[in-house]
Structures are given as C-alpha cells and as structure tokens.
Design a protein around this ligand. Structure first.
Ligand code: SF4
Length: 638
C-alpha cells in the first residue's frame, strides 16, 4: 500500500501539472520564511523592491477567523464535507489532466498581459481556470478587471508560477464539482509543498499561492470549502467579486476571506471586462443575472440569486467597445436571458402589450411587472445600432418568447436564426414535476410558431434523463419529442440531485444510476439520428460563415467558422472575390479569407455534426442578406 502510494507520488512529482492527493499529517505548518536570496534565485528576471520581498512571506496565523462579510452557517448539515470529496477522488482520476473540454476558459499567456511598471506595484501573478457555463467565462473577465484595477496586473498560464489561483466553479451536477475538487487537491499540493517545489524548480511563485474559489460551488458550499485542511484561502460568490481585493488582503493578515452574499442589484454593469480571448472575433456580453423560475431540479436560483438586468445603455456601450476592438459576433448572456427587463429610468408601469406576454400556453410562478424594457427591445436597439455585428443569445426559457421577440429575430439580418429552447423532458407529467410551466403540447406549438415566423431557424435544447419518478413511458415521450422536433443541437445529462432544490426536499431520486445512463445513451442515439438529417438538409445551400480560425484538422489549408444557424462550417482557403455593394463579385479584388471575414460558403458535404463547403466570396452581413438571401425570399430589414 505504502509503496504503491510512493510510486504514484513520484510519478506525479515528475509531472507537476497533474493532480495529487496528499494526506495531512499535522495541522500546522512550520513557520519558516524564504530568504530574499532564495526568492531572487527562484524568479531572477524581476526587479525586487525590499517591500515586495518582505511581502513574500506567507501568513502562518492558522486561526480560523473570517472576514466581516462572512455569513454564519444556518444549515450545518447541508452539503458534503471536504473529506467526503477527497476520499471519493480516486488516485487514477487525480492523475489525469483536467478535462480541457470543461475548462471553458483557461489562461492568458503572460506576454499578452499588461506588465508595464505602473504606480501600483505588482501584487502577485494570477492563474485562472473556469468550469461550467459561458456565464462563468464572462464572470472571470469581470474578476480580472476588478483585480487589474486593484493592481493585480499579471496573469500566467500555469498555476506553478502564480501567487494567486482562481478557480471559477460550477455546481449544476455532482461530477462538475468532483472535477473542481481534483484541481483543488493539486493546488493544495502546490501550497503545502511550496518550499520543496521551488527548491526543485517545480514551482516559480514567490510565496505559496492563495487559492480562491469563485462561482456557484463557492455559493453552494460557502464556508464548508474553507475546511481545516487549508486547501482554500478565499471563497467568493458570484455577486461579491468587487470584494476580492479586500478578501485577498485578509489572507495577508492570516485570516480566511469569505463573501457569499447574494445581491438583488449587482450586475457589474460599470465594469469593463478584461477579455480572456484577446484576439477572438466573438465575445460574450452578460446582460442579466440570476433566475426567478425555481425549476424543481435546479440549483441556480440558490447560487446566482434573483433576476436583475443591466441597463440597456451599459450594454450598448460594451458592445460598442467590442466592435472597436474588432469583435464581429456577440453572444448575449443570462441565466434566463429572454426574461431581460431593464427597469432603470422607468418608474411607471407601461401598457401590457404583447411584449409582456408569456409564450402561449406557458405560465410562471413569477409576476410580470410591466415596467421598463424587455429582451426584444434590447435586441432591437443592438441590431439597429450595430448592423454589421452578429448577435446570438443564451440561455433562454421557452416561456419568454412573446411575438415581438420572434419578429425582431425574423426582421433583423444580424440576429442569428437560432433559438435554444430547453425542453428538459418530452413528458408533460415530468415537465410538471420539474415545475417548468408548460406541457409537451404547448412546447410543440411554440416550436411550430417559431418555425412559421422565422424560416430556416435552428433549434437546440437541454434534456435531463432519469429525473425523480421518470418511468419508461415518460422516457419514450422524450425520445419521441426529440424525433418530432429535429434539433440542431442538444445538451443531454443524467439527472444529478442537488441539495436545497425543490426536488431534493420533496422527491426521491428513485431512478437507478444504470437506468439513467441507459436512457441517456438512448437519448443521444435518437438525437444523433435527427440532428444528422438537419445537417444533411444544408447541402447545396449558401451559408454566411464568420471565420473564427483555422480548421484544427487542416490548419494550414482550411478555415473554420459558424453559420447563422450555429453549424460549424469548414472550407479550403483559396483566393475569392469581394462582394460589391451592388451584389456583384469583384473578380479584380480577390484574396484569401482571414479570421473575422464574413464568407459566403456553398455547402458541399455534411458529417452530420459539421459541414464542409467551398468559399464563394468575401462579403458583409448586410450585403449577404440584402443581395443573396433576398433573392431566396427571406426578409431583409437593414
Ligand atoms: S429557468 Fe429553471 S433550469 Fe433555468 S436556471 Fe432558472 S431555475 Fe434553473
């Protein structure tokens, strides 16, 4: 046992990027500081002031005192403890690299970041990892902005070189949390073995890293993450990111920092996010936060709080800045994005028009207030003000599709014809147990209406397999819904019960795990069949593709981008003409398409998961829809 542990340990130490679980033998660290010489040797290219070197010592006050914003625990029994997770994380799992598909955003190369000496001295280098949804990526950009303004200007691309490690977490399913615990184990190793790691050249930080847990898991587990094992120094919930510099200071004084207060107002509207993907032609802009819906399976209302929306003006300003930076496509983000409601500047109730109606046959436990601007108003404003910028949005709730929103989507060439319409189940009985506020029939009628209103629209969805009480009959109804609708894309999961939710309090998680997995497999197979047909139907059509980068399978010769409908399209890079304002192809002006170009691509083949075509011309959004698509009878309103 011991020898196997040792050999595993030595294997891991040779590969320090890998995770490791180390059993604590004692509860206190030896109070030894590194000399200035050691620190200089470890990090020779930097200019060190005496003050910085003094600050390189690490705090050894092990008393457990939280910051002023610490909330007392009211539910000690909620949530598993740290040891539960550590014990569950098997060594084999720990020895694998984190799943990079799920690390949605990782790191910014150090040389891309502002490193010039400024009045504010460098306070420590930041490494960050983000798990979960796009909202978390967007939040990490807010965090980097808060930190930059507080003088933390450097980021690095590996945790071994960082003095501050941020891990932005997801709590939606148990395995999302398990991944985070695996990474925390490795960061704990970097902290605890810092002296040895530096001596052996494995780490380059000037003091043991401060580990900061952000996001939904921080909100869900609160102080439970600040376990006596000292894995984590700061826990900060999604509405408290402005407080991060102060929380990190608390650590300098030997304390732990925690702020998991949820806010009714915080939208970070005044913060200009630091873009993680600096050269990308696509960007996310968060427009609202939180969710009021309380679906019975969902933890989001407890980790992200109530709905609140940014003022339209602040969003227009941010999109304008992105346009100036060369961004060509913006995805508007929100937990319940089409429930957007900007109440700023409007105090009176407005007349309850169709803009304020729920989709037909849909209901909600929340009352509509009839105050301010709605999501269709926001899309209308953005699409008019930035006619050459493409807009997408996620994640909507099917209840919030009033006619006005569908009409804006149909009439604006720069709002993509793509709708995410999370069904969760095809059985009305399960949908009711999930407290989603619709029936299978109402959902199908909405799909029909969307397709009637917006020709050639793409539709995607979310599904949960094995929710509490789901029978084989319910499951078959979900399979039949997938076949009937014919989705372009779907996110499918086996149900994972989360504490605090309505389902946790009221239902039994009674579908065995193997049944959930079997149903998930069947659902994926059914989905593949119907989505394959959807991709095949694009063969022969001409699609407008925004070039995002080289095709990874043939980076020297092919480019890749997305069509309006969200399909991945690749094509061979060859010189093509520019489309003129009159719609003619200017053969004198031929060039190879580059990243950021809109390219007309004729679809030649489908792999049933992506498309392949030939580039015809480089064009503009407005030109394409007025010249090419108009001829095919699609509305064009520039
Ligand atoms: S709409 Fe339902 S599933 Fe979506 S975030 Fe809100 S509570 Fe969760």
């Amino acid at each position: 046992m011991a020898s196997s542990s040792l050999s595993s340990l030595s294997a891991i130490l040779q590969k320090p990027h890998r995770a490791i679980a180390i059993q604590r033998r004692c509860c206190c660290l030896t109070p030894k500081l590194f000399s200035s010489k050691t620190v200089r040797a470890a990090y020779p290219h930097r200019h060190w002031s005496q003050r910085q070197l003094k600050g390189s010592s690490f705090a050894l006050n092990l008393c457990r005192s939280f910051s002023q914003s610490h909330l007392p625990s009211t539910a000690k029994s909620e949530g598993p403890g740290l040891h539960h997770f550590v014990a569950q994380a098997s060594l084999s799992a720990l020895q694998t690299q984190p799943d990079h598909c799920s690390i949605l955003s990782s790191v910014v190369a150090a040389n891309e970041v502002v490193t010039e000496e400024t009045e504010t001295p460098a306070k420590g280098r930041i490494y960050h990892e983000t798990y979960g949804c796009q909202m978390n990526i967007s939040d990490m950009e807010v965090v980097l902005s808060v930190m930059k303004n507080a003088g933390y200007r450097e980021t690095v691309d590996n945790p071994e070189a960082a003095e501050i490690i941020f891990i932005n977490t997801c709590a939606i399913r148990d395995n999302a949390e398990q991944k985070v615990w695996q990474r925390l184990n490795y960061f704990w190793f970097l902290k605890r073995q810092w002296k040895r790691n530096v001596a052996q050249g494995r780490a380059q930080s000037i003091h043991p890293p401060k580990v900061v847990v952000l996001g939904c898991m921080a909100e869900r587990l609160k102080e439970k993450i600040l376990d006596s094992d000292k894995m984590v120094d700061v826990v900060c919930g999604p509405d408290a990111y402005r407080d991060l510099p102060r929380l990190l200071q608390e650590v300098d004084y030997g304390q732990k920092g925690i702020n998991t207060l949820l806010s009714l107002e915080e939208t970070y509207a005044d913060i200009s996010p630091v873009r993680i993907m600096k050269n990308s032609v696509t960007a996310f802009v968060s427009v609202m936060r939180g969710c009021n819906n309380m679906c019975s399976f969902c933890i989001v209302p407890f980790t992200r709080g109530r709905e609140r929306s940014r003022p339209v003006e602040s969003i227009v300003k941010e999109v304008g800045e992105l346009w100036e930076e060369g961004v060509k496509e913006v995805t508007l983000l929100g937990q319940n994005v089409n429930s957007y409601n900007d109440e700023s500047g409007v105090e009176q109730e407005v007349e309850a028009g169709s803009n304020w109606k729920y989709s037909e046959g849909f209901s909600s436990m929340c009352k509509i207030k009839n105050v301010g601007l709605r999501f269709s108003d926001l899309l209308d404003r953005l699409s008019t003000e930035f006619p050459e910028m493409r807009f997408r949005y996620t994640s909507p709730h099917p209840k919030d599709f009033p006619d006005d929103l569908l009409h804006v989507m149909r009439n604006r060439h720069n709002v993509c014809n793509f709708i995410h319409l999370p069904a969760q189940s095809g059985s009305s009985r399960m949908i009711e147990r999930m407290r989603r506020g619709y029936t299978r029939e109402a959902y199908l009628e909405l799909v029909e209406k969307i397709r009637r209103t917006i020709p050639d629209v793409g539709i995607s969805s979310d599904f949960i397999c094995g929710f509490c009480g789901e029978t084989e009959e319910d499951h078959k109804e979900t399979l039949s819904l997938v076949s009937t609708v014919g989705y372009d894309m779907a996110f499918m999961f086996a149900y994972s019960m989360r504490e605090k939710t309505h389902a946790h309090r009221n239902y039994a998680d009674d579908v065995p795990e193997e049944v959930k997995q079997r149903r998930l497999t069947e659902l994926i197979e059914t989905f593949r069949e119907s989505t394959g047909q959807c991709y095949d139907s694009q063969i022969g059509s001409v699609q407008l593709v925004l070039v995002e980068g080289p095709n990874k399978r043939a980076p020297e010769t092919e480019l890749m981008g997305k069509s309006d409908r969200g399909h991945r399209v690749s094509f061979v890079t060859v010189p093509v003409p520019n489309r003129t304002a009159e719609g003619a192809a200017d053969q004198q002006q031929q060039r190879n398409p580059v990243v950021g170009d809109y390219v007309e691509v004729r679809i030649l083949r489908s792999s049933r998961a992506s498309l392949y075509g030939e580039a015809l011309a480089i064009t503009k959004l407005s030109l394409f829809y007025c010249n090419t698509v108009e001829n095919e009878g699609v509305a064009c309103a520039v």
